[in-house]
Design a protein around this ligand. Structure first.
Ligand code: SF4
Length: 376
């Protein structure tokens, strides 16, 4: 059961095997940032063991045509979200901006605070952005009919299954993401395929959509999305290179945190909530006009996606979640490029296909809208 008590898990692994066994389908898989620091637990490894290379290797042996990283979609999200943040700060309108990459949280605001639907970022979530780019840019470049492409997302999250079916997140009648399976489902599939995960060699994501940065890796933890956005917004606003890209004031594991970052002499006030009770507290402040934040990151699961409902069970032991968090920060430090706007394949994607960040084409493909929904 999802820790937010919102959803019960439905297994979709049969659909993935069906696609992999269909010779007419080109099957592309993407893995979310939080998977690489948790899936090892299903094979007896210590929490927080980084198994990115083995994860890629297992997926290639399962028969996927391309193995990509949702981190690429996260870098793309930052290009759009940092642009939106700057636009709203400069115009001093519709502040604070709220991150929108967590579908459980998006549904929560749609059902419980419909009067605030102007303020979430309109960015699609990273795996949906990625699916959109696969069905458009990638399909065109590789001369593949998008109808024959199946995009599979490996997610730490049960709510992502429902998100992928939202009608407003499709383009030209193609589902951007066709099938979502959780970390636990993938672990079971690897075992079913008879793959000895622990003895796999490390392999690399396919290119070009596999190039990623440290900023995108930390999307998997509470505070990571807003830190990634600040790294880019800071350099775009000031025109200066950051000496240290780690914003300690945005890190931590408490469910509700408040911080500020000085950008070009202006204090940017930031709120971070994980867990919907904490989100409610911030939303009530906004509704009552008592909130002075410029930006707020909200994740439904305590600790963010590393503690997601599709991850290996931690049975309430948050030390496990903290070890996964530390592993993501280590993975960020291991990366040569740590800022989304320095991802060369992202820059090429804008040059060849999307035009400007937050421009017309980017709006059409990478942004969405929110609607009041009935409480069930
Ligand atoms: Fe899914 Fe939880 Fe991450 Fe939200 S915080 S996207 S519900 S795993």
């Amino acid at each position: 059961v999802c820790p937010t008590a919102a959803l019960t898990e439905i297994n979709h692994s049969d659909k993935v095997w069906e696609a992999l066994n269909d010779p007419d389908k080109h099957v592309v898989v993407q893995t979310a940032p939080a998977i690489r620091v948790a899936i090892g637990e299903l094979f007896g490894m210590e929490p927080g063991t980084i198994v990115t290379g083995k994860l890629v290797s297992a997926l290639k042996r399962m028969g996927f045509d391309e193995v990509f990283d949702t981190d690429f979609g996260a870098d793309l999200t930052i290009m759009e979200e940092a642009s939106e943040l700057i636009h709203r700060i400069e115009s001093n309108k519709t502040l604070p901006i709220l991150t929108s990459c967590c579908p459980a949280w998006v549904k929560f605001i749609e059902q419980q605070f419909p009067e605030l639907l102007e303020i979430p970022s309109t960015c699609k979530s990273p795996h949906i952005m990625f699916g959109t780019i696969v069905k458009t840019y990638y399909a065109q470049k590789n001369n593949i009919d998008p109808d024959n492409i199946v995009v599979v997302s490996i997610m730490p999250c049960i709510a992502k299954k429902a998100e992928a079916k939202r009608p407003e997140l499709t383009k030209d009648e193609h589902n951007n993401v066709d099938i979502v399976v959780t970390t636990r489902e993938l672990g079971a599939m690897i075992k079913e395929a008879g793959i000895d995960f622990n003895s796999l060699p490390d392999e690399e994501y396919d290119k070009p959509l596999g190039e990623t940065t440290g900023a995108s890796v930390i999307f998997g933890t509470t505070g990571g999305v807003i830190e990634a956005a600040v790294r880019t917004a800071y350099e775009w606003i000031t025109g200066e290179q950051l000496g240290n890209v780690e914003f300690e004031q945005l890190r931590g594991s408490d469910g509700l945190r408040k911080a500020s970052v000085n950008i070009a002499g202006k204090e940017i006030k930031i709120g971070i909530a994980s867990g919907l009770g904490n989100a409610r507290e911030l939303l009530e402040e906004i509704r009552d006009g008592k909130n002075e934040y410029h930006a707020i990151e909200i994740m439904a699961c305590p600790g963010g996606c590393i503690g997601g409902g599709g991850q290996p069970y931690h049975h309430g032991n948050y030390e496990i979640v903290k070890k996964r968090q530390q592993a993501l920060y280590q993975e960020d430090r291991n990366k040569k490029i740590r800022k989304s706007h320095e991802n060369s394949e992202i820059l090429k994607l804008y040059k060849e296909f999307l035009g400007k960040p937050y421009g017309e084409m980017a709006h059409e493909l990478l942004h969405t809208h929110f609607e009041e929904r009935e409480r069930i």
